[in-house]
Design a protein around this ligand. Structure first.
Ligand SMILES: NC(=O)c1ccc[n+]([C@@H]2O[C@H](COP(=O)([O-])OP(=O)(O)OC[C@H]3O[C@@H](n4cnc5c(N)ncnc54)[C@H](OP(=O)(O)O)[C@@H]3O)[C@@H](O)[C@H]2O)c1
Length: 400
């Protein structure tokens, strides 16, 4: 019986995980759930699953959560704030943590889960991007099993002998990308892309931040960094291919000429089930893949001119130190400004480039150093946006 702490229970990864928990009551118990502000949904989950602990991460929403929970007759204990998230991870009996919080807010509880030696299903890629070496070092020290939930990394994990890349004779890894909703848009059209269009992903249904990251290809850039840390390969051996059908999720090219690929209907329940049950395989409710119905599968190189974020992520990885954390923070802020209608779509890439160009990076030798770089970058992005970048103006020069 896996005893699960579900971080980000009210999100897209959270909802896929809950579906699996419903399907396997004899295998999976939900011990703790967390949300940021979605109080009603959190309380609904408490009614359904009666977890021991529920955490509302924004302390300002604690009182409304307490009121909503008090009439339910459910004995779930309520906590709030960042300390509440750490309590959820450390709850007695928890052995598996699903890291489904979006963005850097997930860093502290995800790292705590790794340090505690839990099985950690890593969806929150930002945590690994920010603290790469520290994160993987902590996992080695504690013996935590980090199971990638990103479908591409989970695919690669499944194509490796015993999930490990060490001494496996690997030449290259391939991460596929759908190309997002703007794959065939020209540069001028991209300037005026709206948040609703960016969040309308052609093959995956996801939260808003990762949907925008998919549209800019920053998601794939973050995934290159993630793959580097998870599998220990240099980035020149991590290739990205656009594959609009999202059927092949990842591939491993071996020294003997073999290529192993993992395929499946695009549905996050597959990688989450793989992470929960590995090395066993149990039903996940996913429609079986029918290659005849899927039709032609196509692959091509990404266009880093229209989608510069992928190249920016490679550059940050090359620079090392806190550069990936700087890029991640700039991107998170810029995406939020875009979703709030404050900047245009292409401004996201310009802000990210400007952050890498102008903000110094230092050694990422402590979590404090990384968090310092993160908050310095966010403050700077606020200043840049206040100073009035005109992201929706196609004639605007890059922000520098
Ligand atoms: N969705 C996918 O298919 C997918 C695939 C691969 C990887 N991922 C990764 O998985 C992570 C989650 O993505 P998602 O699509 O599930 O996002 P999402 O639908 O937006 O859900 C985010 C979850 O995090 C919580 N949250 C947001 N801000 C928070 C904060 N400051 N402190 C604590 N909790 C906070 C949200 O709570 P509220 O509901 O209360 O706001 C929600 O439960 C991301 O890192 C993403 O890159 C997602």
């Amino acid at each position: 019986m896996r005893q699960i702490c579900l971080l980000g229970a009210t999100g897209s990864i959270g909802s896929s995980t809950l579906d699996l928990i419903r399907r396997h009551p004899g295998e999976l118990t939900l011990k703790a759930v967390t949300a940021y502000r979605s109080v009603d949904e959190l309380v609904r989950l408490c009614r359904e699953f009666a977890p021991e602990l529920a955490v509302v991460a924004d302390p300002e929403f604690r009182e409304s959560a307490r009121r909503a929970l008090s009439g339910t007759g459910v004995a779930t204990r309520l906590e709030s704030g960042p300390e509440g998230l750490l309590e959820a991870v450390a709850l007695d009996g928890v052995d598996t943590v699903v890291a489904g919080i979006v963005g850097s807010a997930g860093l502290a509880p995800t790292l705590a889960a790794v340090r505690a030696g839990h099985r950690v299903l890593l969806a929150n890629k930002e945590a690994l991007v920010m603290t790469g070496e520290l994160f993987m070092g902590a996992a080695r020290e504690s013996g935590a099993l980090v199971m990638p939930v990103d479908s591409e990394h989970n695919a690669i994990f499944q194509c490796l002998p015993r999930g490990s890349a060490d001494g496996a004779g690997i030449e290259t890894l391939v991460l596929t990308a759908s190309g997002g909703p703007f794959r065939s848009w020209d540069a001028a059209a991209l300037e005026s892309a709206t948040p609703a269009q960016a969040c309308d992903h052609p093959t995956w249904s996801m939260g808003r931040k990762i949907s925008v990251d998919s549209a800019t290809l920053m998601n794939k850039g973050l995934e290159v960094i993630e793959a580097h840390y998870l599998f220990g390969l240099s980035q020149d051996r991590i290739r990205v291919l656009i594959h609009p059908e999202s059927i092949v999720h990842g591939m491993v090219n071996y020294a003997d000429g073999s290529t192993l690929a993992q395929m499946g209907t695009p549905d996050m329940r597959t990688p989450i089930a793989s992470g929960l049950f590995w090395p066993r395989r149990l039903p996940a409710g996913v429609e079986p893949l029918d290659l005849v119905k899927a039709g032609t599968l196509s692959f091509h190189e990404p266009d880093t001119k229209r989608f510069p974020c992928l190249a920016l992520a490679r550059r940050a990885l090359e620079e090392g130190g806190t550069a990936p954390a700087v890029l991640n923070a700039a991107n998170e802020s810029a995406v939020q400004f875009f979703l709030d209608g404050r900047i245009g779509f292409m401004e996201i890439a310009r802000i990210n480039a400007r952050a890498l160009d102008s903000l110094p990076s230092g050694p990422a030798d402590s979590v404090e150093a990384v968090l310092e770089a993160d908050s310095r970058t966010r403050e700077q992005v606020v200043q840049w946006v206040k100073a009035g970048p005109a992201g929706s103006d196609p004639n605007r020069q890059p922000a520098d």
